[in-house]
Design a protein around this ligand. Structure first.
Ligand code: URA
Length: 236
C-alpha cells in the first residue's frame, strides 16, 4: 500500500507539493472516481490512477543507463560536489541510486536503479560481474603487462591485496598507450591501482560495459535513458 501523493511523486508527476495541489484541484481519479485526499492509501499494483483522464501506472522499479561525465560523483547526494543524480530531471523518482561507483574523473556506463536487490547481486564479489574499461595510460604497455594482469597482481598499500585474473588488450602502444581491460571484480580505484603497480598512470578512463550492459554509443556524456526491454531481460 502506498499514499496517493507518494504514488504520483514516485512516477514523476511532480514534487510532493505539486501533486498535492493536483489532488486538491480534483485532477486525479482513482478507479474512475475523483480523489481529493493526498493520504489515501492505494494498492499500487491494482489501482487505476489517472491525471486528467491520462492513466499513470506504477512502476515499482526503474532502471537507467547514464553516460557519466567527468566532474560528478557517483553518489545520491553530496554536500559539495555535483552528483550523478543531479544530472537527472527533477521529476524523476527520488529513490534511484547508482549501482557501484565510478571515480569523479572516470566517464562512461553507470546503471541507476531503485531495485536494491538487483544492485546487491551485481555488486556481490561472489558474482564476478565483468566490467570493461577503455583507458589511455602514460607508459609503454607490453605483452609482459598483459601477462601480469592475466595472472593477477598485488595492488595493496602496506598489506597485500591481489587482483583476480584480468584480460588486458593493447589497442596502441607508445609513450601513451591505449588499452581495453576487463575485470571480474571492482576494487576501489582498481584500474588506476593496477597500472600504478606496474609503474604507469591512467590518464583517461571510460567504462564501456557492466555485466550484460554495453554503453549506448548514442548517449553523449551526461545523457541517460531507460533500459530497453531487451536489456531488462538480459539483466533480470
Ligand atoms: N577503476 C578505477 O580506478 N576507477 C574507476 O572509476 C573505475 C575502476
Amino acid at each position: 500500500m502506498i499514499r496517493l501523493d507518494k504514488y504520483l511523486a514516485d512516477m514523476g508527476v511532480g514534487t510532493r507539493t505539486e501533486v498535492k495541489r493536483l489532488i486538491r484541484q480534483g485532477k486525479i481519479t482513482v478507479n474512475g472516481i475523483t480523489e481529493k485526499s493526498a493520504d489515501t492509501k492505494l494498492e499500487e499494483r491494482n489501482a487505476l490512477v489517472a491525471l486528467e483522464g491520462r492513466a499513470i501506472s506504477y512502476a515499482q522499479y526503474e532502471y537507467y543507463m547514464l553516460n557519466k561525465p567527468a566532474g560528478v560523483v557517483s553518489a545520491r547526494s553530496d554536500k559539495r560536489e555535483k552528483t550523478v543524480l543531479d544530472l537527472m530531471e527533477s521529476g524523476k523518482r527520488k529513490d534511484l541510486s547508482p549501482v557501484g561507483r565510478l571515480d569523479k574523473d572516470t566517464v562512461g556506463l553507470l546503471l541507476l536503479t531503485n531495485d536494491g536487490a538487483l544492485a546487491h547481486r551485481l555488486l556481490s564479489p561472489k558474482k564476478h560481474v565483468d566490467k570493461t574499461y577503455y583507458a589511455r595510460v602514460k607508459g609503454f604497455v607490453t605483452e609482459d603487462t598483459v601477462m601480469q594482469f592475466g595472472e593477477g597482481l598485488d595492488i595493496g598499500e602496506g598489506q597485500e591485496e591481489w587482483t583476480m585474473p584480468a584480460s588486458l588488450r593493447i589497442i596502441r602502444q607508445g609513450d601513451i598507450s591505449e588499452i581495453r581491460l576487463t575485470l571480474q571484480e571492482g576494487k576501489y580505484h582498481q584500474v588506476k591501482r593496477m597500472f600504478q603497480a606496474v609503474g604507469m598512470e591512467v590518464l583517461y578512463l571510460k567504462r564501456e560495459t557492466f555485466g550484460v550492459l554495453t554503453l549506448d554509443s548514442s548517449l553523449a556524456e551526461g545523457e541517460y535513458r531507460r533500459l530497453t526491454n531487451e536489456e531488462m531481460e538480459l539483466l533480470l
